[in-house]
Every structure is written in structure tokens, then in C-alpha cells.
Design a protein around this ligand. Structure first.
Ligand code: FE2
Ligand code: FE2
Length: 159
């Protein structure tokens, strides 16, 4: 269980770093200023997610390193391929929101699991730090839904 916890920490550490690399590309592609702003905010938050994971590694007494996570690589690759195929700016924005939500949901499942395991392992201190990041991922996901449905990104794309 202890090994599994560390492996999963390393998986999400790798994922956060890949997300950090990909968000600037998504910012460049986004047409809606609100969407671009949302991505920029989350880019800064994501830097904090990496820092928090490094704190958890330290608290747990293991080396901070990533292990390749094929799941996040696949999600990001698919997003890139789909975005490359779209010419219409509004449709591209809708696709970017969808891709970003797939990323957020991946992060949410990983952090949810890590928090549950940290508690079982008696590491409430680690769980508390991971919870702060999970809250930001959830808030980002909700913001993306609001942009797509409330602010008309999906509607504009369908017109
Ligand atoms: Fe994150
Ligand atoms: Fe995120």
C-alpha cells in the first residue's frame, strides 16, 4: 500500500508537469479572452500543485520524481490532435474546454484516491495538502462548465 501510494504520487507529479508544459499551448489556441484567462489562472495554480506534491514527497520521506503516466499523455495527445483538426475558432474553444475538463477529471480521480490512501496510511498531514489541490481542480472544472454552458462557448460553437 505504501509503495502504491508513492507510485501514484509520482504518477500525478509527472502528470502535473506535463500539464504545465501543455497549458501555454492551450492559452495560445484559445480565442475567448475568458477562456484564455481561465487557463492562465490554472497555469499558475498548476505550478502550486507541483510545489505541493514536492512538500508531500518530503513529508513522506521519499524522493520527488515522476513516473511516466500513459493516461495523461493520451489525454493531452488526443487534445492536441483534435485541436489541430479544427479551423473554426469557436468550435476550437469548445474543444479546448472539453479537453481541459478531461484533464481536470483525471487529476480529480488521482487526488481523490491519494487523499483516501493517505488517511488510511495515517498521514492526515499529506491528505490535507493534497486536499487543497483537489479543491482547486474541482473549482477549475466547475469554472470550465460555467464558461462552456453559462458563458456560451458551446452555444457559439454550435452556431
Ligand atoms: Fe493540477
Ligand atoms: Fe488541473
Amino acid at each position: 500500500m505504501d509503495d502504491l501510494f508513492v507510485h501514484t504520487l509520482r504518477d500525478i507529479y509527472y502528470a502535473e508537469k506535463q500539464i504545465l508544459k501543455n497549458l501555454p499551448k492551450m492559452i495560445d489556441k484559445a480565442d475567448s479572452p475568458l477562456l484564455r484567462q481561465g487557463f492562465e489562472t490554472h497555469l499558475r495554480e498548476t505550478e502550486g500543485h507541483v510545489d505541493r506534491l514536492e512538500s508531500v514527497f518530503e513529508l513522506y520521506g521519499v524522493e520527488a520524481k515522476g513516473v511516466t503516466c500513459p493516461a495523461i499523455d493520451g489525454i493531452l495527445k488526443e487534445a492536441d490532435e483534435i485541436a489541430g483538426d479544427i479551423d473554426d475558432k469557436q468550435v476550437l474553444d469548445a474543444a479546448l474546454v472539453a479537453a481541459a475538463q478531461a484533464v481536470e477529471h483525471y487529476e480529480m480521480t488521482r487526488y481523490g484516491t491519494l487523499i483516501a490512501w493517505a488517511k488510511k496510511l495515517g498521514r492526515g498531514d499529506c491528505a490535507e495538502i493534497l486536499q487543497q489541490t483537489l479543491d482547486e481542480e474541482k473549482a477549475t472544472d466547475a469554472k470550465l462548465t460555467e464558461l462552456a454552458e453559462g458563458r456560451g462557448i458551446n452555444l457559439a460553437a454550435a452556431e
